[in-house]
Design a protein around this ligand. Structure first.
Ligand SMILES: [Zn+2]
Length: 112
């Protein structure tokens, strides 16, 4: 099998929010950080920071005419789709999961 990038055009039909949908990432490289006391440590950059940033790691189910598949949306793609960063979502909403569910509902309704 040949390795490479492919593009698919599909509709998001479900967000798997029972799994974690965001993580705390390094501000420099976006890798996951470990919380040590009140600081955040990035293994890749090997540095401690006083803050970190929420990033999407959103498991979705998408569908096209041929079938149904589970995909992982990383920060860049999820931010474009949802229109808000994971940080913004954590700030504005008491329960960010609700925002995501409402967002998905709207998208599904506007298709019809
Ligand atoms: Zn880093």
């Amino acid at each position: 099998m040949e390795k490479g990038q492919i593009w698919i055009v599909a509709t998001v039909v479900n967000l798997q929010l029972e799994k974690e949908w965001s993580y705390l990432g390094c501000k420099r490289c976006s890798k996951k950080v470990d919380k040590i006391g009140s600081k955040f440590h990035c293994k890749k950059c090997d540095r401690l920071d006083s803050s970190a940033t929420h990033r999407y790691k959103l498991q979705v189910q998408v569908m096209d005419r041929t079938g149904f598949i589970s995909l992982l949306l990383w920060d860049r793609e999820a931010t474009i789709l949802i229109g808000k960063s994971a940080d913004e979502l954590n700030e504005i909403s008491i329960e960010p999961r609700f925002y995501l569910i409402i967002w998905l509902d709207k998208k599904c309704l506007s298709r019809e």
